[in-house]
Ligand binder design. Structure first.
Ligand code: GAR
Length: 205
């Protein structure tokens, strides 16, 4: 059984799509063992509790990024998500991770980002795409490396930017695709079908 830890900061709709995919049997051989948030009021924590999954809030007390991340790591380990064996998912987690944490979970740490990377990394990706004038936007699931939004790409979905789009309508169209893409990527990982060769992620059939 693959133990998954999910790091969140807010709404938790991607978390919910992964939980639904596990509960429906679309993802097999994996379970979400713990959800960790930097914000104790995150809706994502309530979603976790509703699914009877340990939900942990870890507040940043202003120490180093590495110390904070090691507290997260301890919460993951306590719940069976052990580096080198488990899988850690960033699902709307809005803090930058320390190099130490990333290296500990390298190859077993994924993120979803609401743009077609390498375009529009960082915050407000959908707004960046709109104000740049892109005609195609989308979402990306990638393995995490220490540089933000720069890791090997596992899967992407494109969506059209419509003439009358604003940030809200474009974000909603992308989000619907995120809810399909992230469970798909997790399923590929859980089935042992992903391997990384340099920047390329190979998907075996
Ligand atoms: C999602 O759109 C996700 O792609 C984005 O935050 C949202 C979280 O929604 N993540 C990033 O921008 C990370 N750089 P959710 O909490 O409902 O899953």
């Amino acid at each position: 059984m693959l133990n998954i830890g999910v790091l969140v900061s807010g709404r938790g709709s991607n978390l919910e799509s992964i939980l639904d995919s596990i509960e429906s049997g679309a993802i097999k051989g994996a379970r979400v063992s713990v959800v960790v948030s930097n914000d104790p009021d995150a809706r994502a924590l309530r979603i976790a509790r509703k699914h009877r999954i340990p939900a942990v809030a870890i507040q940043d007390k202003g120490g180093s990024r590495e110390d904070y991340d090691m507290r997260i790591n301890a919460a993951l380990e306590r719940n069976g998500v052990v580096a080198g064996k488990g899988l850690v998912l960033l699902a709307g987690y809005m803090k930058v991770l320390s190099k130490r944490f990333v290296e500990l979970h390298l190859g077993r740490l994924m993120n979803i980002h609401p743009s077609l990377l390498p375009s529009f990394p960082g915050l407000k990706a959908q707004e960046q795409a709109l104000s740049y004038g892109a005609k195609v936007a989308g979402c990306t699931v990638h393995f995490v490396v220490p540089e933000v939004d720069a890791g090997p790409i596992i899967a992407q979905t494109a969506v059209q930017v419509k003439e009358d789009d604003n940030e809200e309508t474009l974000s909603a169209r992308i989000l619907r695709q995120e809810h399909r893409l992230y469970p798909h990527a997790v399923r590929l990982f859980a089935e042992g079908r992903l391997s990384v060769e340099g920047r390329r992620v190979r998907v075996s059939s």
